[in-house]
Design a binder for this molecule. Structure first.
Ligand SMILES: O=C(O)CCC(=O)C(=O)O
Ligand SMILES: [Fe+2]
Length: 317
């Protein structure tokens, strides 16, 4: 293949040297380049123990296997805590979701949680905390590679206890006898800053820099990273928020698929406007709505969640 026809291959980066001053600059540049080109990368050598990931998957599987009447009464609320069943959101995705939003400590004794989870809140909170630390390390990479005067510029704007935006979402796509039309999860971009995606089975597809659907690698214990529209907009589109979807190509319809996503989001009062001087971002859409320069992250998140889960969500606290 001639060089101009060469396909960019999906970035896979071992980040074990991320805190080592001798290798951290080069790593920050590699990670950031992947986010500029693909908006996606797979990381290995990360600090989240595989035993913790396995435990979360195993709790998720037990929960999703319960009959609907033990999940549905605790439907998702305005703090992004609760359950939503298959085909129930506005996108009509055939997947069950369990959301754990809110600031650290807020899951304990939280009556919005289905009873199954109430004895596991410490584990879920500890897992969210580990995820958030990793989000902060990645945000530091971006600031370093972009040459911002303060390495912690983005990290300081993503405080773990700043609002309800930082959420863990567990997902289960049920096995079906017949192949449904369409996809398991419709194509979309994420709306926040940094998403960590843990996959148990393949099936995720990502729009490549050449504009083709590419199968995302699914490697045990590694984490897929992708960026959301708020961070992309903020970076003046230097960092990319890339379309992705879950299809039936990588995993047939008669197999169930389980995944988990941690969404790291900027502090709700953060005002979104392009950081790069001289950049004008006139039309930038996320989830079918335009981001107006000057909107806060909190307001953007509220509009998106209302769009997907309905206006009544906001009246449930
Ligand atoms: O289940 C997956 O692998 C994808 C999930 C996803 O894209 C999301 O939750 O935003
Ligand atoms: Fe996504």
């Amino acid at each position: 293949m001639s060089p101009d026809l060469e396909r960019a291959s999906f970035p896979i980066i071992n980040i074990s040297g991320i805190d080592d001053p001798d290798s951290s600059l080069a790593l920050a540049q590699q990670v950031t380049e992947a986010c500029q080109k693909w908006g996606f990368l797979l990381i290995e050598g990360h600090p989240i123990p595989s035993s913790d990931i396995d435990e979360m998957f195993s709790l998720g599987k037990s929960f999703f296997s319960l009959p609907e009447e033990r999940k549905e009464p605790w439907s998702i609320n305005s703090n992004s805590v609760g359950y939503i069943g298959a085909l129930k959101d506005s996108r009509k995705d055939d997947k069950m979701s369990m959301w754990f939003g809110g600031i650290p400590g807020s899951l304990k004794n939280n009556q919005a949680l289905p009873p199954f989870w109430r004895e596991h809140t410490e584990k879920v909170e500890a897992f969210k905390h580990r995820c958030h630390d990793l989000v902060l390390s990645l945000l530091t990479c971006f600031a370093v590679a972009m040459g911002l005067p303060d390495n912690k510029f983005f990290a300081k704007a993503h405080l773990e206890d700043s609002g309800k935006g930082n959420s863990l979402r567990m997902l289960m796509y049920p096995a079906r006898h017949q192949r449904p039309a369409g996809t398991r999860m419709v194509e979309h971009t994420d709306s926040g800053s940094v998403t960590l995606l843990f996959q148990h089975q393949p099936g995720l597809e990502v729009l490549s820099p050449e504009g083709e659907w590419a199968k995302a690698p699914c490697i045990k214990d590694s984490i897929l990273i992708n960026l959301g529209d708020a961070l992309s907009f903020w970076s003046g589109a230097k960092l990319k928020a890339t379309l992705h979807r879950v299809s039936f190509e990588g995993l047939p319809h008669d197999r169930e698929r389980q995944s988990m996503a941690y969404f790291g989001m900027a502090n709700p009062e953060t005002i979104l406007k392009p950081l790069v001087l001289g950049t004008t971002m006139e039309k930038y859409n996320t989830n079918g709505m335009e981001i107006e320069p000057g909107i806060t992250v909190g307001e953007l998140n509220r509009r998106i969640m209302t769009n997907i889960y309905g206006a009544e969500l906001m009246t449930k606290g």
